[in-house]
Ligand binder design. Structure first.
Ligand SMILES: [Zn+2]
Length: 345
């Protein structure tokens, strides 16, 4: 079975690599219930066969990399959701389920398992000081020391379970949290890929982050150890992350039009391999609608493929898709992008 060394060799010689599409929204579309607090995280425990099938679909569609369902499996999140005794079980099983899918579906192809590092950092309730308040939050109210402990725990569990490398999927403006995640991953001895989402501010500057978080409202109430969070341009945020020595830097969970601009920033600031996996829009944008197949993405398969081909033309080497883009986007992607980029980075 090929390991990361083989993937690295493929990157070094300029092969294009196909990532998977969205994990959590795909599970949701398959009927897996989403926990109000921990979203898709508990599914590794409650719906393991669906998780295996989700990964298998991606492998059969042509993904070279599958990502563990661990975007929302940090201890405070699972505790808040009532799964506090299952932190090891849920994170280890996420890796085992991806490995099982690889065994069942790879058919001799080399498939790599990326351990997703959760950006799902629950915040701190401004009234009680309790960690585990709110969903989809990244909060400076959770101290750097606390974050180090939480990420150290899950990276240790996933490394022991046999993940091939880590992929930091930190959303939002909290670049310090992103770097803490990446360092925790590196401490296991495994490689790390670091992701950024992006938005365009009122001055037309490409900024790091995007999704604003409910716990931002608590920023005015400092707790012991709380951090200050300042807006960074994407360029500044990337340059803070480069010293952690990632193997790949990505733009992810960003709509195609913004990703088109953000990728140029990454290509300029970073000399190594670049990855893009955008998220989709929906004509009726609401989290609750993601499971509803009658609502279509605003981006057709053709729109997505055209964007991906343009990225690869510019030197992007790894392409995939994020929230709301399903597995049906992956097969045409594999067909459409060239097997190699013109100049390996
Ligand atoms: Zn996403």
């Amino acid at each position: 079975m090929a390991g990361y060394k083989d993937l690295k060799a493929r990157l070094d010689r300029g092969d294009t690599i196909i990532h998977d599409a969205a994990v959590s929204t795909e599970l949701q579309s398959m009927g897996v219930p989403m926990d109000f607090v921990a979203w898709s995280g508990p599914a590794n425990y409650t719906h393991p066969s669906s998780v295996v099938q989700m990964h298998e679909r991606h492998i059969r569609a042509g993904s070279d990399i599958i990502t563990t369902n661990t975007w929302s499996t940090l201890r405070p999140t699972l505790e808040r959701a009532g799964y506090g005794d299952f932190v090891r079980e849920i994170n280890a099983r996420a890796v085992h389920l991806a490995q099982e899918a690889r065994e069942r579906a790879s058919n001799g192809r080399d498939i790599y398992v990326a351990g997703s590092l959760s950006s799902h950092i629950t915040g701190r309730d401004p009234r009680t000081g309790e960690i585990g308040f709110g969903a989809f939050s990244s909060s400076p109210q959770v101290s750097a020391e606390e974050l180090k402990q939480y990420y150290g725990e899950v990276t240790g569990i996933m490394a022991e379970a046999g993940v091939d490398f880590f992929i930091v999927e930190a959303m939002g403006r909290d670049n310090e949290a992103r770097i803490i995640q990446a360092k925790a991953a590196k401490e296991t001895g495994l490689p790390v890929w670091i992701g950024f989402n992006a938005y365009i501010d009122s001055k037309d500057t490409i900024m790091a982050g995007g999704q604003q978080n409910t716990t931002d409202i608590a920023e005015g109430t400092p707790y012991e150890g709380s951090r200050t969070m300042k807006d960074l341009t994407l360029s500044e945020a990337v340059n803070e992350a480069i010293p952690v020595a990632p193997d790949v830097i990505s733009i992810f969970h960003t709509r195609i039009a913004i990703a088109n601009r953000a990728v140029k920033v990454i290509l300029k600031e970073w000399s190594g391999p670049v990855m893009v996996y955008p998220d989709a829009g929906r004509q009726s944008a609401a989290l609750a609608k993601w499971h509803n197949h009658s609502i279509e993405n605003e981006e057709s398969v053709e729109d997505y493929i055209d964007a991906a081909k343009a990225w690869v033309d510019q030197g992007v080497q790894i392409v995939g898709a994020c929230c709301e883009f399903g597995v049906q986007y992956i097969e045409p992607l594999r067909q459409a992008v060239p097997k190699k980029i013109s100049v390996p980075r």
